[in-house]
Design a protein around this ligand. Sequence first.
Ligand code: ATP
Ligand code: MG
Length: 356
Amino acid sequence: MDTFKVAVIPGDGIGPEVIDEGVKIMKKAAELDGRLQLEFTYFPWGCEFYLKNGKMMDEDGIEQLKSFDAIYLGAVGYPGVPDHISLWDLLLKIRKEFDQYVNIRPITLLNGAPCPITGGNKENIDMLFIRENSEGEYAGAGDWLFKGKPEEVVLQTGVFSRKGTERIIRYAFETASNAGKTLTSISKGNALNYSMVFWDQVFEQVSKEYPQVQTYSYLVDAAAMYMIKDPARFEVVVTSNLFGDILTDLGAALGGGMGLAAGANINPERMFPSMFEPIHGSAPDIAGKGIANPLAAIWSASQLFDFLGFNDIGENLISCIEKTLEEKRVLTPDLGGSASTSEVGARVAEILTEMA
Ligand code: ATP
Ligand code: MG
């Protein structure tokens, strides 16, 4: 039997509440399957840790995480701790140090999930967003000149390296090719006259290596419109860090809301651990009430199984989430129900057992 080591960082707010359910489901799924064993190690890092210790994670935190196969993260963020600290000193630090340059965000409207547009269903809302996760507009490059003076100028530079741009686009082509799906590149070459012209050029070049993949290119503004008007156009999508950040939140809304949206931060070369997380934040408004929706965390657990090579377990978990949604019996308030976080987790576990 294969044994995998999973580092669990529950984090803040609703993070620990939803992660608890995700871990229970992973344990159950592994136990029912019998081919693998998961070993979980918990790390108490996050904003509460910061308030006590003046840092978001241990000094040698990255070293500690290196030997794990995967990282399972809840959410970080806390009122009173500036977002740039909680984000840069934990989440972005892990993404960067472990070169998790691929962000995978499935946007599929499962049966039973609410959708803000009329006519939305699983057939027309079924996309896989592949977001560049290491550079672009979030490279942290820029300058702040003449601070406070009338001539003050602020620069935020998008960084697009040949290596960084090629590798994400190639990953997207590989994914689309393996899945037999179309690939859409989303950029903005008409206005961003360096970065996005370059992006389009690289997309064009790499596409030559994959003649079997049908490709499309959209400007980001048009893509935002069509995701609402005609989402069926999009299958596998590749885009830059900033555009991906924005469009995948739009996608989260299309797919049933923040309580259902999962994301994976992947280091495809497997030199370092990859990280799996529900994409929602710590949600201080509902933290501690036991009503956070754990389905996003369970969906990210499904991505974790995919990554470990157990796609059948991953798919099975999605079916369990879908059954839970379709029944409409045990759901948290964000989905119109009145169940608690742990009741939803328990229902998914029951369905998993019934299906085994
Ligand atoms: P952070 O500052 O850490 O990003 P946040 O409050 O901004 O936290 P978001 O993920 O942006 O959290 O979510 C916005 C709102 O959506 C939350 O305040 C909460 O009301 C709701 N929400 C998010 N995730 C969930 C969930 N899993 N279950 C139920 N409601 C959720
Ligand atoms: Mg937020």
